[in-house]
Design a protein around this ligand. Structure first.
Ligand code: PLP
Length: 389
């Protein structure tokens, strides 16, 4: 930690724990302490830490080819694009390295794919789309923007879930609307199917594009491969990252073929995007989800967790609401949750708190009932110690 603090920029609030190993639902620190990880890698290790299929794919691919520049073809990138396309809406993929980059790609493509003069985006209050200049502008939360002005132009905001406000905000310059089907950092706010359907109809009527940011909700997290599949509302562009690579950095922007066709050579690029190693890992994630029936497990464990959390809510007045979908669960408290997260960690269970009061519980898709039981038992104790019974 001394070395780290001396040489690494202190731009994160870091817990005084050195994680050295991970396996499945667990991580170990340098002192050998084991933690049940119910928020693995901020939703990156979606199928658990060091999943054997991902490890095997990485080992095999590393021995063959790690990287090849994007002016050549490579086998894993093509295979991954097919996995994504076949399991979503038949789109074509551009690969990058993170969620923010995937969203940047979506903004660039949306401007190219709509008539000249259309260049404005509408995003939602409490959204989160990344930390680059354009994506903090898209993120309609002032705390992420403060100090970084001037920010790129062409973004407007409306309240999440308010169709009328969206309709009023769309003008002749609007080219696209970007929505997280479930807001993650914003506090696990679930868009209703009706709202998403209405937004789709509105975008069609106004001839503008609909972009879903599925960076956090994608890759099975909600019990479907992609959260939009619950509503049946198909976006024009979808962005992915986080758990796509099973822990390896990779992002993707997926667009309907006729829209994707606008991204011709010279318009956009990423040196590392879709490199052989990351793409091989992401293919292994798709294979694991299918072979191990992880969508089914996610749905089953989700039902179980929501039932147990409803019981927990009965015991703790401080819990205002439990919401979410699949294994993307928010426990909204009437008081700040940071103390609860710290107490859980002392007891060997890792969870997260976002938006000051929302505990985030996002176990990997391989989670078992026994893990959920332990997590909720620990949460129960932590809530009692922090706020009383
Ligand atoms: N979009 C959403 C919905 C996210 O939750 C995040 C990260 O938390 C991002 C975009 C940014 O992703 P990255 O940190 O990989 O740039």
């Amino acid at each position: 930690m001394k070395q780290f603090d001396k040489y690494v920029i202190a731009n994160y609030g870091r817990l005084p724990v050195v994680i050295v190993r991970g396996k499945g639902c667990f991580v170990w620190d340098a002192d050998g302490r084991k933690y049940l990880d119910l928020f693995p890698g901020w939703a990156v290790s979606g199928i658990g830490h060091c999943h054997p299929r991902v490890v095997k794919a990485l080992r095999e691919q590393a021995g063959k080819l790690i990287h090849v520049a994007n002016n050549f073809y490579s086998v894993p990138q093509g295979q991954l694009a097919e996995h994504i396309s076949r399991n979503s809406f038949g789109g074509k993929c551009f690969f990058c390295n993170s969620g923010a980059e995937a969203n940047e790609g979506a903004f660039k493509l949306a401007r190219l794919a709509t008539p000249p003069g259309k260049n404005k985006f509408i995003t939602m209050h409490n959204s989160f789309h990344g930390r680059t200049l354009a994506t903090i502008k898209a993120t309609a939360q002032p705390k992420y923007q403060k100090g970084f002005e001037p920010l790129p132009q062409g973004f407007g905001y409306v309240p999440f879930g308010n169709l009328r406000a969206l309709e009023r905000a769309i003008d002749a310059r609007t080219c696209a609307v970007m929505i997280e089907p479930i807001q993650g950092e914003g506090g696990i706010n679930v868009a209703t199917d009706t709202y998403l359907k209405d937004v789709r109809r509105l975008c069609n009527r106004k001839k503008i594009l609909l972009i879903f940011d599925e960076v956090q909700t994608g890759m099975g997290r909600t019990g479907e491969y992609f959260a939009y599949q619950h509503s049946g509302v198909v976006p024009d562009i979808m962005t992915l990252a986080k758990s796509l690579g099973g822990g390896v950095a990779i992002g993707a922007m997926v667009a309907k073929p006729e829209i994707a066709a606008k991204l011709v050579p010279g318009t956009h690029a990423s040196t590392f995007g879709g490199n052989a190693l990351a793409a091989a890992a992401a293919c292994a994630v798709f294979e694991a989800i299918k072979a191990e029936k992880l969508l089914e497990n996610t749905r089953k464990m989700s039902k179980y967790a929501f039932r147990k959390l409803a019981e927990l809510k009965e015991r703790h007045e401080v819990i205002e609401e439990v919401r979410g979908k699949g294994l993307m669960i928010g426990i909204d408290l009437l008081r700040p949750g940071a103390g609860v997260v710290a107490r859980c960690m002392q007891k060997g269970v890792l969870i997260n708190c976002t938006h000051d009061t929302v505990l985030r519980f996002m176990p990997p898709m391989i989670v078992k009932k026994s893990h959920i039981d332990r997590g909720i038992r620990t949460l129960d104790e932590a809530l009692t110690e922090e706020f009383g019974g």
